[in-house]
Design a protein around this ligand. Structure first.
Ligand code: WTA
Length: 650
């Protein structure tokens, strides 16, 4: 990948016809942004009144104390998320499609109107109640991308149960840890899933996980492939059977704005994954408002976010934001390259998709297959394109813009995180002149800053760490069960700010350029992976003395996983052992964490005090051996020579 600099001065102005018809043009952006910063309480109160339906008004718009990691929005207000996403739309758009579903197999599709979805949600809410699930109880959702997922998520919100969705690609071990950490009472899963033409076991993985989860009382299983699965009649319930017996109305549970909505696990630089806790009112407002303005969603349009429900993008921009806005949202079960690399564009044509939101890794993978896969599709329905999950390199940006969107569609490169709940830095289609690879400007109410490592504000355009000065409604409120970790991770290093873990710079026109993580988190195909998690999986192997994992630039994945492994004395590394290590990581975390490269190292480079010098390993992994930097603190310089000599990414 080439550097940003060749593209830095290339700009794409907003086309007049797009600005005219958009919700927000540039003047409106500037005026509203200013208002949102100068009078945040007035601004957010107005938005909350317009965008959401409340059962009881709030008493205080916002309150916060970052030193205690305390954040609250619309305290005292009451609402229900499913009412906002469903009931209130029935009068005006009951027969409009809420969901379109496209199967892994191109011959399979389904759709569901708002009324049908509403009924399914009420019924499933009754099923949950019949299983003893009450307000505040945690429900784990471990599902492939089937259409029922949306109803299951919203049913939890109907009764005030807190969902914890675990990505269907995580292993039994990873699932077990997440279920136990948040003490889930019930698991919703499927028998099996389809993905890329293959069958993925789901129920079998759940069975294995919950053998060590005393908290789980029942498992609701959706019959999907209908292949036989092991069954425990005391504990397992078929979804279809339970639904057939459930009443079709269910009164919503009115929730305080600050009561929990969901927990979502994500990786940090140290320790085990953390369960970010999001609450009800602020999150929903932020999801809906950002979805509407950032994608410029217009009534009647078909909106497609390609994320999985197991990630925050799937939560906010496939389910909550679109449904709260009464949009038609498309769920896709498959992968971009099955049956072939034209699948995305065929889905666009088939469903007449107007707005598409995907990840740079998918674009790079498709781009690498060649433009012939675009040729037999016309994609003329497309109006706005979005990107998320990792920095988008200029080549992928240009391809998305020129080839996919045929220069008609603005690209919104949206920067955000699981912790932020929704997009914080992004262009708006009708307002923002685009620069490839820049996430451009902050959304309303968002006040970023760039700091030096010492915490000084950087305003000369050079790179530093990205922090945020004050809360926005979608911000996570805690780490489930460990509020101290929430404070320590996000509010300690730069007092008075929320610390993002990302590096960035801000240019003279106020555009932000995100440069990637500054901590030990790597971003593999848009998935966050803690290097410590991968290391602890590797270290379980009895022949391994020590390991260090770093990210390195990867053409398709953005970052690949590079492991330096030291074996016990006398042990020789070979490919069979490499495979054992990969299998171990897959079993412990999942296939997404598999190391791409494993290098045997006699020793790891350490400081005299015994700290692994990851900076050097990163350079070796990136094949940047001419710029190793200061090596004077190394305990034994020969160790580095050996590592350089045997490096794998040449
Ligand atoms: C990275 C995904 C550059 C970033 C929504 C962040 C990005 C992490 C972008 C969060 C972007 C996400 N440009 N980097 N547009 N979007 N990132 O929690 O490093 O899975 O901290 O949330 O992805 O990943 P997460």
């Amino acid at each position: 990948m080439s550097s940003h600099h060749t593209y830095e001065h290339k700009t794409y102005p907003v086309k007049a016809e797009i600005a005219q018809n958009a919700h927000i043009n540039n003047e409106q952006y500037l005026a509203l942004y200013q208002q949102s910063i100068e009078h945040p309480e007035t601004f957010w109160a107005e938005q909350a009144e317009t965008i959401l339906d409340w059962q009881k008004p709030w008493e205080k718009v916002m309150d916060y104390d970052y030193t205690q990691g305390k954040i609250s929005w619309f305290e005292g207000g009451k609402l229900n998320v499913s009412v906002n996403c469903l009931d209130r739309h029935l009068a005006t758009r009951g027969e409009q499609m809420a969901l379109l579903w496209e199967g892994d197999d191109p011959a399979q599709d389904k759709k569901m109107t708002y009324r049908e979805l509403y009924q399914e949600v009420c019924q499933f809410a009754n099923v949950l109640k019949a299983q003893g699930v009450k307000k505040g109880d945690r429900v784990c959702i471990y599902l492939p991308m089937i259409i029922e997922a949306a109803a299951i998520i919203l049913a939890c919100t109907r009764i005030g149960a807190v969902h914890s969705i675990v990505f269907g690609g995580f292993s039994a071990e990873a699932l077990k840890d997440r279920i136990n950490d948040s003490d889930c009472k019930l698991v919703v899963c499927a028998d099996e899933g389809y993905r890329g033409g293959k069958i993925i076991p789901i129920k079998a993985t759940v069975d294995k996980a919950i053998a060590s989860c005393p908290c789980v009382q029942s498992v609701i299983v959706i019959k999907n492939t209908a292949n036989p699965v092991a069954w425990n009649a005391e504990r397992d319930v078929w979804y279809q059977q339970a639904m057939a017996e459930a009443a079709i109305t269910c009164e919503p549970e009115w929730m305080d704005a600050e009561e929990p909505l969901f927990i979502l696990y994500t990786s940090g630089s140290t320790g085990k994954p953390k369960g970010l806790l999001h609450t009800t009112g602020g999150y929903l407002l932020y999801a809906a408002m950002t979805h509407k303005y950032i994608f410029d969603y217009q009534d009647g349009e078909i909106y497609w976010c390609t994320a999985d429900i197991g990630w925050i993008t799937g939560h906010t921009y496939m389910i909550y934001g679109p449904l709260c806005n009464g949009a038609t949202t498309l769920l896709f079960e498959g992968v971009p390259t099955y049956p072939d690399a034209s699948r995305f564009w065929q889905v666009v044509d088939k469903h007449k998709v107007n707005i598409m939101y995907t990840a740079p890794t998918a674009l790079r993978a498709l781009m690498a297959q060649g433009d012939q896969y675009l040729e037999n599709t016309d994609r003329s329905s497309l109006r706005v394109l979005g990107s998320v999950g990792e920095p988008i390199n200029p080549e992928a940006w240009e391809w998305y813009y020129q080839q996919v969107g045929k220069e008609n569609c603005p690209i919104v490169d949206t920067w955000w995180q699981t912790e932020t709940g929704g997009i914080l830095i992004t262009p708006l289609p009708g307002a923002t002149e685009l620069k490839p690879s820049s996430a451009t400007r902050p959304f309303f109410g968002v006040k970023p800053a760039i700091l030096s490592n010492e915490g000084q504000v950087i305003d000369d355009g050079s790179e530093g760490v990205l922090v945020l000065e004050r809360p926005w409604p979608g911000q996570a409120r805690s780490i489930y069960g460990d509020h101290q970790r929430f404070i320590d991770t996000y509010f300690k290093s730069y007092p008075g700010y929320y610390f993002t873990g990302d590096g960035a710079r801000c240019d003279e026109r106020g555009y932000y350029w995100i440069t990637g993580r500054v901590d030990d988190v790597i971003n593999v195909s848009g998935h966050r992976m803690g290097t410590a998690e991968v290391e602890s999986a590797l270290d379980e192997h009895p022949l391994i003395a020590e390991s260090a994992v770093v990210g390195y630039p990867h053409d398709i994945k953005g970052q690949g996983i590079y492991a330096f492994v030291t074996l016990h004395i006398g042990i020789e590394g070979n490919d069979a052992l490499r495979k054992e290590l990969v299998d171990l990581v897959r079993a412990d975390i999942g296939p997404i964490a598999s190391p791409d490269l494993i290098q045997w190292a006699q020793q790891l480079p350490k400081t005299r005090s015994g700290k692994i010098m990851r900076r050097i390993l990163r350079k070796v992994a990136a094949n940047e051996i001419d710029s190793l930097g200061d090596t004077s603190t190394l305990a034994d310089p020969e160790v580095v020579e050996d590592i350089i000599k045997n490096r794998l990414n040449k």
